[in-house]
Design a protein around this ligand. Structure first.
Ligand code: SF4
Length: 464
């Protein structure tokens, strides 16, 4: 790869191991760091060459050697290192230690606001090689940090489509298009709980960006993720998107994420016609007590009724639903049973589930309030030193359900609703490298420890 000498290099920190369970399939997953790509695109559009390369699951030493071998290092300006989650801390420490010894004069600027924002001093203690820590979104600072003049002033949402061609190996990655930011719905466990929701991007604007991204990929098949923590179109907006997609002749399937209680069934009809194929729904639980504990909704009946209506609408319109389920503080066999019974009733509308126990993210200063709240509900950290050590605190959920039982329940519930084909369809839609085949998937399954896989391999189904 050729890089002009003044290229600003962004590195998205990788992982020493997969976030959940370690098996061959988990290591296939690609996560596009669209926050870092937003900054790289802003620079590039302003006439400053930029590149983004992902650490992925590469060993930090091998990754550094590759950057050097391929001429990306040494870079002239600072290295922009983005930490997408606390899980990237171990990789970051190792990479920065090696980087500093190889390039003592190159500054490292760390970004990734969920990790850098809560307690920069904690991060600096863990990664003393960092020269600067950028705690906010980065869009206001990137011009100064890169020594560049931006022609795109910071806005609530960038006015340009991300330029995926700036990503090393971009053809492997499914693209992202940011539709809105923030949420503010107050769920106790969520980092977005107090971040206000921005206006949804105009349908015409979003559709134009889908077209732009499609041409970046030479009009080959793409499945963009419309990035929003809380995708909230109304029926008029959805109708406009349907018209825009049709009038531009765009036949692109896409994916989004939202709550279960906000989008109306009539909106789903338009969205499906506009290309919506997969929707990630934050159901979290169907237990009234747990809905209240999470502060998910004050009206449990309405919450579950709306969820039911939404799932049925998705089923009618051929939209695959992936339900996120969160095992929470105070969970018991009976609350899990309530959730399972609800999921069973909707099994025909569910393509897959993602189940896991609540995890508290952040260094002690950030983690303390949530740890306290969870503690009042009967949970406790598996290791009280882990917030300081890693910024990730796994939890025993209650006296009845410890961390080990929570993991077993997560696998059991996942397998109840998902077989290998469902899992392949959902992961293949967004997270596996583009063009990843079912044969390659099956080979990975064969090479994996079956006890770690979150889907069943036989074809028994609840969908009758
Ligand atoms: S609705 Fe989703 S994004 Fe919003 S606060 Fe709740 S969990 Fe977070």
């Amino acid at each position: 790869m050729f890089n002009p000498p003044n290229t600003v290099l962004f590195v998205s920190a990788g992982l020493l191991g997969p976030k959940k369970r370690d098996h061959a399939l988990a290591r296939r997953q690609l996560y596009l760091n669209y926050g870092a790509l937003t900054l790289a695109t802003a620079l590039s559009h302003s006439g400053h060459p930029a590149r983004l390369i992902h650490g992925g699951h590469d060993d930090p030493a091998d990754f550094l050697e590759r950057l050097t071998r391929e001429g990306m290092l040494p870079c002239r300006g600072p290295l922009m290192l983005s930490l997408p989650s606390f899980y990237a801390l171990g990789w970051t420490k190792e990479f920065c230690r090696r980087f500093r010894s190889a390039y003592p004069d190159v500054h490292i600027v760390a970004g990734g606001r969920w990790v850098t924002g809560p307690d920069p001093e904690w991060l600096r203690r863990h990664v003393p090689e960092l020269n600067e820590i950028c705690t906010g979104l980065g869009e206001a600072d990137i011009g100064r940090l890169a020594g560049a003049r931006l022609v795109y002033p910071p806005a609530a949402l960038p006015g340009f489509a991300l330029d995926h061609r700036l990503v090393d190996g971009f053809q492997q990655y499914q693209p992202s298009i940011e539709a809105s930011r923030g949420c503010g719905m107050g769920c106790a466990f969520c980092e977005e709980r107090d971040v206000p929701l921005t206006r949804l991007r105009e349908a015409a604007d979003l559709t134009r960006m889908i077209g732009d991204v499609s041409s970046q990929y030479g009009h080959g098949e793409i499945r963009p993720y419309l990035q929003s923590s809380y995708f909230l179109p109304n029926v008029r907006w959805a109708g406009r998107m349907r018209e825009e997609m049709s009038s531009r002749g765009l036949r692109v399937h896409w994916r989004c994420e939202t709550r279960v209680d906000s989008i109306k069934p009539a909106t789903i009809a338009h969205l499906a016609a506009a290309g919506l194929k997969v929707i990630d729904l934050g159901l979290e639980t169907a237990s009234p007590r747990q809905i209240a504990a999470m502060n998910k909704s004050v009206d449990v009946d309405r919450y579950l009724r709306s969820a039911s209506d939404l799932l049925r609408a998705c089923e009618r319109h051929g939209v695959w639903v992936k339900c996120n389920v969160l095992l929470y503080a105070g969970e018991t066999a009976s609350t899990v049973q309530e959730t399972q019974a609800w999921l069973d009733q909707h099994a025909t509308a569910i393509k897959g589930v993602s189940v896991g126990p609540v995890i508290v993210f952040g260094p002690p200063r950030q983690a303390a309030p949530l740890l306290e709240d969870l503690g009042l509900r009967g949970a406790r950290p598996v290791d009280s030193a882990s917030a300081e050590r890693s910024g990730v605190s796994a939890m025993h959920l209650s006296n009845e359900i410890g961390a080990g039982e929570a993991e077993a329940l997560s696998l059991q519930l996942s397998r109840r609703y998902m077989d290998a084909g469902d899992y392949f369809d959902l992961k293949g839609f967004s997270y596996y490298p583009r063009g990843f085949t079912r044969a390659a998937f099956d080979a990975d399954v064969a090479a994996s420890d079956p006890s770690q896989l979150p889907f069943r391999q036989e074809q028994i189904s609840l969908r009758h």
